[in-house]
Design a protein around this ligand. Sequence first.
Ligand code: SF4
Length: 499
Amino acid sequence: MNKPKVYFMDARSESPDTSLINKTVTVFEAAGFDKMINKGDVVAIKMHCGELGSSAYIRPAYVRAIADKIKEIGGRPFACDTTTQTYGTWGSRVTELDLIETAERNGFSSATLGCPFISADGYVGTSDYRVDIPEGYLLKEAYIAQAIAAADKVIVLTHFKGHGMGVIGGALKNLGIGCQSKRGKFNVHMGRHPSYGIGDSTVFHPENFKGKKDDADWELLENCCPLGLFKVTDNDELLWEREKCINCLGCGSWMNPRGIFEPNLANFDATDIAIADGALGVIKAVGKENIGFINVAVDVSPKCDCAGFSDVPLTPHLGVFASKDPVAVDQACVDAAKHAPGMPGSLAEEMGIDAPGERKFDLGGGAIEGLSEQTTINTAVVNGLGSRDHEIVNVQPLGRDRFAFPPDPRPTKIRFAKMFEKFQPFPFDKHDGRGYNRLEKVDIDAVKGHDGPTVDPHSHQDAAYHGDGGWHPGDDDSSFKPRSSSNGDSAKTDSKTKK
Ligand code: SF4
């Protein structure tokens, strides 16, 4: 059997056609996604817009470049993400309204993307398409966000990174969590599962609750659950109706630090398995031949873009990867991270997993010990979604003329000659045609020294304009008041400098 191909370009950039954004378009073409899209196709670009506060999520310019490419082919793109469970008390993508506002804060809008950004599972997250998955390893049904299930084609554009629960946040997780509706996410996270659900498997230590008097945030313990399953009694007893828990993950950030919950490895492992089942549901809903995967493995942060913060990346940028096989594309990224050195100052260094050859995500990604960066990938293999074994195809740049400024790709003379005649931006009429008042020569070496300048500060006080209206850092004359200058020339007469 032929190995699936993973089209790859490294992270180095030294020209416009080797910019990471243009490399993303280049691997899109190399993987044949342009041939997959027909004229008139509605194409979902599934991306993660980042929780409020995170900063490593995929930059809007990547999404824009792919949207532009789809439009060039004749497709009709839209970018999308889905609503989350609650995940915490101050989740910023829980409803469509939250999601759109957060996406816009993070830079994703029609104006930046050149196509609409929508919530794929509706306002609350119940707009979905149910799929039977008898082949699933653990789940037997999945709930796919409606807009994704309805699209003709889907480009899964993933920022590859670590993830506290999923261990890796790659293409499979973008399918198995990111493309699930809210109720699909409860399913994947083991809501009310008899063995692996939080309510069924968490070790509960209510005795670690200190009481209302000694716990200033005790009311949040009651208010963190959307179903109101926690109650603090008048006797300072913490009660939990655990049998009703739907695994929204709203309470962990309050219970775990207090020692009220013990982290539950089985819940995490089962969720990592279920992610591959959810991914299977998406592939069945859309059709394998209609989906392409691009992993942008830059800013490889330890935790996911859903965390609300982004730590120092575990590794340097790894590059861009594209494939029709979601297993192969994730495995290629995991392998690249393993062979890369850890980033100095990162969690990889702190945990002693920074040497090339060390697995980076078991400890660097996973929130608790005992998780594996291979669980979701291996389950996806069992589910028939693809192959860990793959062939890396090194893709060559397409040439800089392929990446001219899209709104006006004409050469410079044609774009600007007439305009500059009419609105001359260079003051040719001044200083003998040289345009500006400048010294003919300065001591360049005097300001190149790594130990500081070798000329005195402000030795050019006779210059016409200091750029700040007259006041200079280091001026220690307390009687001096910054003056307002109407133009640069007057600065010559009354600016004060430290001698
Ligand atoms: S008890 Fe269950 S439903 Fe309630 S906040 Fe915790 S995880 Fe969510």
